[in-house]
Each structure stands twice: as structure tokens, then as C-alpha cells.
Design a binder for this molecule. Structure first.
Ligand code: ADP
Length: 511
């Protein structure tokens, strides 16, 4: 885009203009941490070109070799640990320990991917039914270049829900980190490439740069973010028919069965709701508590919420919202719930004495119902809504009364009850007597139903999501003529009567 023309994203680009820069800031202080280019479509295309140059050599290595390289990447991440986690803490306002938890998860993903890439992508024999004369297997080829667009809330962990599997499958990647966590993303890409192969190209910028990446000739997009942005991405990807994998957040329910320990459930629900200032796609947002446990659950949750240390330092438990512009949105959701009959039992105020940024107190709302906005809309802050249900049946109905379906949990003293409730929850994952485990286990698929997205990251499913399956057939015996050629061998086609008889003989049973 060097001729002053209008790009595919509608942005006019002039050749002599330096790339505009964007700033990364610490939300706790407003301090500028660094600047980065807001890349135009030409710069984005150059990164995609570079990724495409590197890809064939990488894909030509065996899965075992690629697996060994993933461990070199892991070592480079470990070496860069202090840097990566400090940047993530500064850019998002989270405690450095929280960023370290993400790094542990990233390293676990790389470890499992390294050990399992060969098995997950090994060609698989399949039945050749109904063509008896053939042998057939399925193998897995990389897409080529994968565009990875992660959000800001877990800038270290989330990219590694995609990268180990995408790279392991033989793709290279172009990553566009969130404009709120670009320095972290840049440091991650440097670490990956420091392992000796330039497997990840970095695109920097905001929504326009992200859109340019979707419209660039990438072979697939893996996006984690909001449903609203996902709709833009799908529209742009429609132009080029680029496949898209979407992980889009949740409104995760916890069903607390009548036989559960309400204190244990309240401990888990508050931890999941407040961790990372509640900015977690699989945080527990709705605790749906059955009779007669509600009062004890609420009492305990409120006590915990009031005891949480809110503040800027590494010794706090909850930091500021990364985006202060979320404060009025969350405040209005709390006000809407209270106006419609919910009780604010803890928190609910925004502290202005703790510095810049959005310091929403850990909040517990009791008596939340489907009439309230907060029942349905994902709320990226430390808020736990308690929903009262008569019994398990009503609790399951309320849990599933959501446009989203990422993960969910159930608390019960009985194994059979746990499994029975789990089987009814409409979500990509269910934790029985625990919360938020999905993204901690590298071998299991992660992703959601309904507006929480489609496709799965991690596990064998993750490797397959970043691969194109290919069916290869061959003759069982040499010298056989191709199947279809019987149509043109001068013989007459079988009569409809004969074919109907054959059809009945083969498939006529089963009434
Ligand atoms: P979040 O608010 O959780 O960060 P978003 O959906 O707003 O979620 O953003 C996630 C990522 O998507 C960020 O890297 C952002 O820059 C990028 N992005 C935003 N708009 C677009 C778009 N239209 N096309 C591609 N990427 C986009």
C-alpha cells in the first residue's frame, strides 16, 4: 500500500507518512510503558509473507522434531520469565504472580504438545467401507500460516492455548496482541523466535491492524475476544473464505446442589469470580444455589468478598480493571440488578483513593434473576451474582438460560448427582466440585457452545483444529482398475431393477 490508495480496510495510506504509533500504559498509574506501530495493511502483509517463507521448512520437519523444538521454545520462555511477567503485570495491572500462573500454563501446554504431537498427528487407518478393494488412511497437513489474535486479559497464557498446537501441526503464526498488552506479546514473540526458528511474526496495532491480518492471505484465524469483535472478524473472513476458530468468553454458571457444602462452594465461586479482577472468560459469574443452602452460601461469599485485599501492589489479591472504561458499565449493571430487586451484600463501590484506573470492590449480589442485565451479559469485573433456585431441576434450567456456554461447574457431595448435572449443562466444559480447570489442562479441549464460540483449542482437538485432514486411498492389490472406470468400459449400466434389488440386499434391513 505505497501509492496513497485506499486499503481494503478503508484506510488511506500515504507513502511518506511514518507509521502512526500507539502507546502502552500502566492502568494503575497511567505511566507510558512504551510505544509501538499501528501497522497498516502493507506492513501486516509483509509479516504474513515472512511467515509464509519460513513455513515450508518448518512443516518439512517431522512431528517429533517439531515437538523437540517446542521444548526449546519453553526454555526460552522460562529464561524470559521475569521480563514477560513484569510487562504483563504493568500493562494489565495484574499482580506479577498472576502473570506467572499464566506462564506456568503456557509451559504446560508446550510440554504436553511436545510429548503428544507425534501421536496426535500420526496418520490413522480408517475403514474403506463400502469400497472393499481399497485401503485408506487419514493424515494431517498444516493450514500454512495461522493468524492468532488474543485479548489483553491473559496476555501470556491465552496465546499458548493456540501456538503450541498450531506450530506443532506445522504452521507458522502471525500474532496480533491486544493493543492493551502489545509489549507483552512482543516479548513473547521474541522468546519464541529466540529458540532458533522464526515461527511467530508480530503485528502491532489496534482493531484496524487486526482486521488487516484477517484480510491478509492467512490460511486460518484463531481469535479469542468478545462476540462483537468476532462478528467483525467473521464478516472480514467471509471475503476470503478463511476458516476461523472463535473463543468468546462466557457467563459461566455454578450449580450448587442441595447436598453440597455451601462454604466450599462459596470459596470456589468467589475465587473464580474475583481472580484477575474478574477479567476471566471462564470466571464463575452466576452461582445458582438450591434450597436450603442459599443463606449460608451468601453469608460466606460476602465475608470472603469483604476480606479480599484490593490494591495496586503485588501483595494485593485483586488489582484494578485493566480498562477503566468498564467501571460505568459494571456500575450500571449493579444498579440495574438492585433496582430490579437484587440485594448488594458486599462491595459494589468504586474506590477512587487507590490510584488511577477502575477499582471496583469485590462484589456479591444476592437474588439475581433472569430479568436483570447482569444475569445475561458477561461482566468483566469482580462480581459474583447469586441466583436462588428451588431445586436441581430449576437450577439446571437457569444455568442453561444463557446465550453463552463456555464452562460451568457443579458442587455436590454425591458423585452420581455431579455427573448427572454435568451431563445436562450446555457448555464446552464442566468441573465437578471445582472451577476454571479447563484452561489448566493441556490435554483437554477448550472452547464454548452458543455465543461462546466454535472450534476447540488444546488437546488432540487443538492439533486437529490447526490441521487439514486428508484422506489418502490406495488399492489393496496391485493392478486393479479405478472404481469409476467401470462406468466407461463399454458395458451397460445395471438396470434400475437390479440396483433396487442390490440396494435392498445391502441396506433394506432395520425396520
Ligand atoms: P477484548 O475486549 O477482550 O480485548 P476484543 O474482542 O475487543 O476483546 O479484542 C480482542 C482482540 O481483537 C484484540 O487484539 C483487538 O485488537 C482485536 N480486534 C479488535 N477489533 C478487531 C477487528 N475488527 N478485526 C480483527 N481484530 C480486532
Amino acid at each position: 500500500m505505497t501509492d496513497g490508495s485506499v486499503s481494503s480496510t478503508g484506510v488511506t495510506v500515504r507513502p511518506d507518512e511514518p507509521a502512526p504509533t500507539m502507546q502502552s500504559r500502566d492502568p494503575r498509574t497511567g505511566r507510558v510503558l512504551g510505544t509501538f506501530a499501528d501497522m497498516d495493511p502493507a506492513a501486516v502483509a509483509a509479516r504474513v509473507d515472512r511467515a509464509r517463507q519460513v513455513q515450508p521448512d518448518w512443516a518439512a520437519r517431522s512431528p517429533a522434531e517439531r515437538g523437540r523444538h517446542l521444548l526449546r521454545i519453553r526454555a526460552a520462555l522460562v529464561d524470559a520469565g521475569p521480563d514477560i511477567t513484569r510487562l504483563a503485570a504493568e500493562e494489565t495491572g495484574k499482580q506479577q504472580a498472576t502473570a506467572y500462573f499464566e506462564l506456568f500454563a503456557a509451559c504446560a501446554m508446550l510440554t504436553w504438545a511436545s510429548r503428544n504431537v507425534e501421536r496426535a498427528l500420526r496418520p490413522e487407518r480408517r475403514s474403506s467401507y463400502p469400497v472393499a478393494s481399497k485401503r485408506v488412511w487419514v493424515d494431517y497437513a498444516p493450514f500454512g500460516v495461522v493468524g492468532v489474535i488474543p485479548p489483553w486479559n491473559y496476555p501470556v497464557g491465552i496465546p499458548f492455548q493456540s501456538l503450541p498446537y498450531a506450530l506443532g501441526a506445522g504452521n507458522t503464526a502471525v500474532m496480533k496482541p491486544s493493543e492493551l498488552a502489545t509489549l507483552t506479546g512482543q516479548r513473547l514473540a521474541e522468546a519464541v523466535n529466540a529458540a532458533g526458528i522464526e515461527l511467530v511474526q508480530l503485528v502491532t496495532g489496534g482493531a484496524k491492524a487486526g482486521d488487516a491480518l484477517v484480510r491478509a492471505p492467512v490460511d486460518m484465524i484463531a481469535f479469542t475476544g468478545s462476540p462483537a469483535t468476532a462478528r467483525h472478524i467473521l464478516r472480514s473472513a467471509a471475503e476470503s473464505l478463511t476458516p476461523v476458530l472463535l473463543e468468546l468468553g462466557g457467563k459461566d454458571p455454578m450449580v450448587v446442589a442441595p447436598d453440597a457444602d455451601p462454604r466450599r462452594a462459596a470459596r470456589a465461586a468467589t475465587a473464580a469470580a474475583f481472580f484477575n479482577a474478574g477479567q476471566t472468560c471462564m470466571s464463575t459469574e452466576r452461582a445458582i444455589v438450591c434450597d436450603p443452602l442459599q443463606d449460608e452460601f451468601v453469608r460466606h461469599a460476602a465475608t470472603i468478598a469483604r476480606s479480599v485485599r484490593l490494591g495496586p501492589g503485588d501483595d494485593s489479591q485483586v488489582g484494578p480493571l485493566t480498562r477503566a472504561d468498564q467501571v460505568p458499565i459494571l456500575e450500571s449493571r449493579i444498579a440495574d440488578a438492585v433496582a430490579k430487586g437484587a440485594t448488594l451484600v458486599a462491595g459494589g463501590r468504586t474506590r477512587t483513593d487507590l490510584g488511577r484506573g477502575g477499582w471496583l470492590e469485590p462484589t456479591v449480589l444476592d437474588g439475581v434473576t433472569p430479568e436483570m442485565d447482569i444475569f445475561h451479559l458477561e461482566s468483566f469485573g469482580p462480581i459474583l451474582s447469586v441466583v436462588r433456585a428451588r431445586d436441581v431441576e430449576e437450577a439446571v434450567r437457569l444455568a442453561n438460560d444463557s446465550q453463552m456456554g463456555l464452562t460451568s461447574s457443579v458442587f455436590t457431595a454425591d458423585r452420581a448427582t455431579g455427573r448427572a448435572i454435568a451431563a445436562q449443562l450446555e457448555a464446552g466444559g464442566v468441573n465437578i466440585n471445582d472451577v476454571m480447570l479447563g484452561a489448566a489442562m493441556a490435554a483437554v479441549p477448550f472452547g464454548g457452545n452458543k455465543d461462546s464460540g466454535f472450534g476447540r483449542l488444546q488437546g488432540v482437538e487443538g492439533f486437529r483444529a490447526f490441521s487439514q485432514s486428508r484422506a489418502v486411498t490406495e488399492d489393496r492389490l496391485p493392478g486393479m482398475s479405478p472404481m469409476i472406470s467401470m462406468m466407461f468400459h463399454g458395458k451397460r449400466l445395471p438396470s434400475p431393477r437390479t440396483l433396487q434389488r442390490a440396494l435392498r440386499a445391502m441396506f433394506g434391513r432395520g425396520r
